[in-house]
Design a protein around this ligand. Structure first.
Ligand code: GDP
Ligand code: MG
Length: 170
């Protein structure tokens, strides 16, 4: 069997870092600068008999005044296309920070039928850990998520738990 997993989120939330962590190699470029990933990066992970195809989707986040630039239109189309036939979506956000761009990504996911797992990334940098639980409840009410998993893509914390959740939807 084989499953498609799309990784979505606004720039800088840690999509490429998560993908590299899951695949155990530096397949996708990570950077402090937003929009480093200009093209769609795919990676395949084989676990026993199953193959997971991960897609790091740039473009879904291209917003604002550059929205109509040809390159951005193209990337948005590629991102939307990538969501059409996936088995599972991992929507990443940065800790308890929620921006207009996160909201727009969430809107884009409205018509996605595949299960969406919310990954609350960078918890290693959470200033006040007591804000996490109330936040998980709050953000969890914004749509039906298959699961909500706080993690650190950079350090690997809870990433196996995310992978186990993804595996349920293969
Ligand atoms: P992308 O734009 O969504 O692909 O984000 P990147 O994977 O390029 O990451 C953006 C920045 O966030 C980089 O400097 C990463 O090292 C950093 N980053 C990603 N995940 C984590 C994490 O779990 N903890 C911390 N502290 N930093 C992270
Ligand atoms: Mg990236």
């Amino acid at each position: 069997t084989c499953g498609f997993v799309a990784i979505v989120g606004r720039p800088n939330v840690g999509k490429s870092t998560l993908m590299n962590r899951v695949l155990g190699q530096k397949i996708s470029i990570t950077s402090r600068r937003p929009q480093t990933t200009r093209h769609q990066v795919m990676g395949i992970k084989t676990v026993n008999e199953a193959q997971f195809i991960y897609v790091d989707t740039p473009g879904i986040h291209i917003l604002g005044r550059d929205r109509n630039k040809a390159i951005n239109r193209f990337m948005n189309q590629a991102a939307t296309q990538a969501l059409r036939d996936v088995d599972c979506v991992v929507f990443i956000i940065d800790r308890t920070r929620w921006t207009e761009e996160d909201q727009i990504v969430l809107q884009r996911l409205e018509h996605v039928e595949a299960p969406v797992i919310l990954a609350v990334n960078k918890v290693d940098r959470l200033e006040d850990k007591s804000t996490l639980l109330p936040w998980l409840a709050e953000v969890g009410a914004r749509r039906e998520f298959a699961a909500i998993i706080p993690l650190s893509a950079k350090h690997g914390t809870n990433v196996p738990e995310l992978e186990a959740e993804v595996a349920k939807h293969l």
